[in-house]
Design a protein around this ligand. Structure first.
Ligand code: ADP
Ligand code: MG
Length: 254
C-alpha cells in the first residue's frame, strides 16, 4: 500500500501548502493569516489550547470547511469550491476524528470497502482483500465481520484508521484521535499511528499526546487564538518554548 512515499526524491516539494489562510464564522475570525507547508513524508503535530483553531485548520485542508481568504493547495491542486477539486482532495486525504464516525449499519470490513468501491471503482473482491490487509495491519482482522458497536473504542478507532488507509491517501489528518478513548485504549491507537509514521506516511496530527509528538513529529506547530504562534522540532519546543503562550500551554498539559 505504501506507494509514493518511497519515491520522495522523484516528487519533491510540499504536499500541502497553506498560505495566508483566513476562516471566519460570521463575525468571528477562527483562522487569521495561517501559513503552513507539509512536506512529503513529514509528520506534524498540531497543538494548542481548546478553541485555538486546530480542528478548523485541518477541516479546511480537507475542505470540510470552506475558507474565506488565502490559498490551500493539496498535491498541486488549489482548493477552490469546484466540486471536482473537492472530491479529488477528499480522496487523497484520510481523516480520522475524535469520534470514530464508523457507519453503524455496516460491518468493519464493509466500512473499509465502501469508499474504495464507490470512489475508486475497485471490485468488491479487491476492496475486501485490501480491507482485510489493512485490518491486519492495525491488528484487528479477526473483527472484520463484526459491527462497530461490538468493538471497543480503541478497536473502532483502529478500524477508522484502516478505513482511511483503504483509500490509499497521500496524507493522513488526525483530529484528537485518542481523546475520546478510555486511558487503557490510548496506547493501542498511538502504537498504530507510530507504525504508520514509520512506514513513511505524511501526517498532520492534532493531539496533546506529547510522548507521541516526541517520538514521531518532525515539527510541532503551536496554535493560539487562530494563529500559528510557534513552530519547532519537538525537542526544542518542549525544552525551550519561545513564547509565553506556549509555556503556559505546556505547563497545563504536562
Ligand atoms: P480547536 O480544535 O483548536 O479546539 P476549533 O478549530 O474547533 O478549535 O475552533 C476554533 C474557534 O472557532 C472556536 O472559538 C470555535 O468556537 C469556533 N468555531 C468552530 N467551528 C465553528 C462553527 N461551525 N461555527 C461557529 N464557530 C465555530
Ligand atoms: Mg478541535
Amino acid at each position: 500500500m505504501h506507494r509514493e512515499t518511497s519515491s520522495n526524491a522523484a516528487q519533491p516539494g510540499p504536499i500541502v501548502v497553506v498560505e495566508s489562510l483566513v476562516k471566519r464564522f460570521g463575525a468571528f475570525t477562527a483562522l487569521n493569516d495561517v501559513n503552513l507547508r507539509v512536506g512529503i513524508g513529514e509528520k506534524i503535530v498540531l497543538c494548542g489550547p481548546s478553541g485555538s483553531g486546530k480542528s478548523t485548520l485541518i477541516r479546511c485542508i480537507n475542505h470540510i470547511e470552506k475558507h474565506d481568504g488565502g490559498r490551500i493547495i493539496v498535491d498541486g491542486v488549489e482548493l477552490s469550491n469546484r466540486l471536482a477539486d473537492i472530491n479529488s482532495v477528499r480522496s487523497e486525504t484520510g481523516m480520522v476524528f475524535q469520534s470514530f464516525n464508523l457507519f453503524p449499519h455496516l460491518t468493519v470490513a464493509e466500512n473499509c470497502m465502501l469508499a474504495p468501491m464507490k470512489v475508486r471503482g475497485i471490485s468488491q473482491a479487491e476492496a475486501r482483500d485490501r480491507a482485510l490487509g489493512l485490518l491486519r495491519k492495525v491488528r484487528i482482522q479477526d473483527q472484520a465481520d463484526k459491527y462497530p458497536a461490538q468493538l471497543s473504542g480503541g478497536q473502532q478507532q483502529r478500524v477508522a484508521i484502516a478505513r482511511a488507509l483503504c483509500m490509499q491517501p497521500k496524507i493522513m489528518l488526525f483530529d484528537e484521535p485518542t481523546s475520546a478513548l478510555d486511558p487503557e485504549m490510548v496506547k493501542e491507537v498511538l502504537d498504530t499511528m507510530v507504525e504508520l509514521a514509520r512506514d513513511g506516511m505524511t501526517m498532520v496530527c492534532v493531539t496533546h499526546e506529547m510522548g507521541f509528538a516526541r517520538e514521531v513529529a518532525d515539527r510541532v506547530v503551536f496554535m493560539d487564538r487562530g494563529s500559528i504562534v510557534e513552530e519547532a522540532d519537538p525537542e526544542t519546543f518542549f525544552r525551550a518554548p519561545r513564547t509565553e503562550r506556549a509555556k503556559g500551554f505546556l505547563n497545563q498539559i504536562i
